[in-house]
Design a protein around this ligand. Structure first.
Ligand SMILES: *Cc1c(COP(=O)(O)O)cnc(C)c1O
Length: 374
């Protein structure tokens, strides 16, 4: 089965991991610091904290935002469940605002309409790698007195009005799961430019531990002394996995170019297929296409999904609107609350896109779709 996504790993990645295994460090050593420095520089001079997954990154970002029971987080339903689940785990109420039909991204007007006195965080997702509308979202969040988080699990390497994803919101979270644009096996990161926020990120991801002598409550305890000032978790990423991350980061420009070429070929070769709508790209964004989300019209998505799979082409559907998961339904969320996201979901089909996808394999995808829809 041709997958819809797969990591690109080569001998340089293997050598980087082998070197890390042979070094003195397995976890929290110099390679973690180098990966964080290079990733922060890559996304436009942000501070960066590496963590053990994209889910850990979100959970940590919400902790740094000071999210508490009773607070509200406005987010998109067209995302992986972790965007919302990690806010709910802090006791927050998740408020789903609808998406834009063109991009599937959080709609700034719908976000504005969902603001209440309890809104503490707005979380956008750069669906498929296409950045959300940060100029408007920043204003909505600022007017609400809320923090803006960018769940950029799909979008490392993308830019918006020339600025890289990673500095567009107060905090940005990344995932390095194998299907994403860059992988460390499991892994993630949080980036931002506010040192206080980043300090809270780093603390939550490592037990809430304080080591800085200037901040210790009991500085005379002895050289071994460290203190916990707030509860946290162990969400650290290891030196071994950061070595893979560094190696992958060096190849990210190549991954971006490959994904752009594959997207351009789909755009050209699927342009005349009836009953198909191709993803739109706003002129001010330069996305790294993590997904290639087409829309299958005329109620045929299920049929096309089944027939593509039967033809050995591993298409995917991204995503069931999050509030339709039973865990949210049990909390009283009802289907239909975000009609644009529902319509998007009903038609969406993610076609294979990854750096090592060959033209011949892509032609198979295109031929199969044409045969079914012709
Ligand atoms: C993959 C993903 C996550 C979770 O990342 P993990 O590394 O799998 O924990 C969160 N949000 C979105 C939008 C994702 O695609």
């Amino acid at each position: 089965m041709l997958p819809y996504g797969r990591p690109s790993l080569d001998e340089s990645d293997a050598a980087a991991v082998a070197a890390a295994v042979r070094s003195e460090w397995l976890t929290s050593g110099p390679t973690v610091r180098r990966f964080e420095a290079e990733l922060g520089a890559y996304v436009g001079g942000a501070g960066c904290v590496s963590v053990s997954s994209g889910t850990a990154a979100l959970h940590t970002a919400y902790a740094a935002a000071g999210l508490r029971p009773g607070d509200e987080v406005i987010t998109t339903p067209l995302t992986f469940v972790a965007t919302a689940a990690t806010a709910a785990l802090h006791g927050a109420r998740v408020v789903f605002a609808d998406v834009e039909d063109a991009t599937g991204n959080l709609d700034p007007a719908a976000t504005q309409a969902a603001v209440t006195a309890r809104t503490r965080v707005v979380t956008a997702v750069d669906y498929a790698g296409h950045p959300a509308e940060y100029q408007q979202l920043r204003k909505v969040a600022a007017d609400a007195g809320a923090l803006l988080i960018d769940d950029a699990a799909h979008a490392i390497g993308s830019t918006y009005h020339g600025a890289p994803v990673g500095t567009l919101a107060d905090l940005t979270t990344f995932s390095f799961f194998p299907t994403k644009n860059l992988t460390t096996g499991e892994g993630g990161a949080v980036t931002g430019t506010d040192p206080d926020l980043l300090d809270r990120v780093r603390r939550f991801a490592s037990h809430g531990m304080v080591r800085d002598p200037d901040r210790l409550r009991h500085p005379d305890e002895g050289g071994w002394h460290q203190e916990v000032h707030s509860f946290g978790l162990n969400y650290r990423l290891s030196d071994v996995l950061c070595a893979l991350g560094l190696s992958q980061l060096a190849r990210l420009p190549h991954f971006k170019a490959r994904r752009a070429r594959i997207a351009a070929r789909y755009r050209e070769l699927l342009a005349d297929v009836p009953g198909l709508r191709l993803p739109e790209q706003r002129p001010w964004v330069d996305p790294v296409w993590h997904l290639y989300p087409v829309r299958v019209l005329d109620g045929r998505r299920r049929e096309v999904y089944d027939r593509m799979r039967a033809a050995g082409i591993g298409v995917q559907v991204n995503y069931l609107p999050v509030y339709r998961h039973p865990v949210f339904a049990d909390l009283g969320y009802r289907p239909g609350m975000c009609p644009v996201a529902e319509a998007y979901y009903a038609e969406e089909l993610s076609l294979p896109i990854y750096p090592d996808l060959t033209d011949a394999d892509q032609d198979r995808v295109i031929d199969a779709l044409q045969t079914i829809l012709r």
